[in-house]
Design a protein around this ligand. Structure first.
Ligand code: ZN
Length: 163
């Protein structure tokens, strides 16, 4: 019987081989934000289309990089599509909390440029994203997994900035 780690690896590889929401959106109305992880050479481009009521109506992902970065971006795109900005932010917090939970105990790379993130009060369902929790065992790969989310947050800020 395959263990949980095998299952997680399968989910990650599936998203890597068959990335969801791959492509581009016309800008404007969509926003385009880019993220880069120099530690690994990962690039993520997020196209985000947010309706006036704050719903993410469409998202597309471009870029290239390692399997962790690209599968995380694919899972993210599937998870946030159709959600409201508030739900997207809660999901991002939950994901980053999962990825940083073990970071301090491992005393990873001494970098702490990011705001401390508390897990959301309401439990957020991470679904396939839980497959990435094994990455916390490899501190140098955590930035691969969070790159798409940091890029998404930039996109959300741009998309919701007052005109
Ligand atoms: Zn990477």
């Amino acid at each position: 019987m395959p263990g949980l780690e095998d299952l997680y690896r399968e989910i990650i590889l599936d998203h890597y081989r068959n990335p969801r929401n791959r492509g581009e959106l016309e800008t404007p109305p969509a926003t385009r934000t880019e993220g880069f992880n120099p530690l690994c050479g990962d690039e993520i481009v997020v196209f985000l289309d947010v309706a006036t009521d704050g719903t993410v109506t469409d998202i597309r992902i471009g870029g290239q990089g390692c399997s962790i970065s690209q599968s995380s971006a694919s899972m993210m795109s599937a998870a946030v599509k159709g959600k409201t900005i508030d739900e997207v932010k809660a999901l991002t917090r939950a994901f980053k909390a999962m990825m940083s939970l073990h970071e301090s105990s491992l005393d990873a790379d001494g970098e702490s440029g990011e705001d401390p993130l508390e897990p959301p009060a309401e439990p957020v369902k991470l679904g396939d994203l839980e497959a990435l929790q094994g990455v916390v065992k490899f501190p140098v790969r955590i930035k691969c997994a969070t790159l798409a989310w940091n890029t998404l947050l930039q996109g959300v800020e741009e998309a919701t900035a007052p005109a």
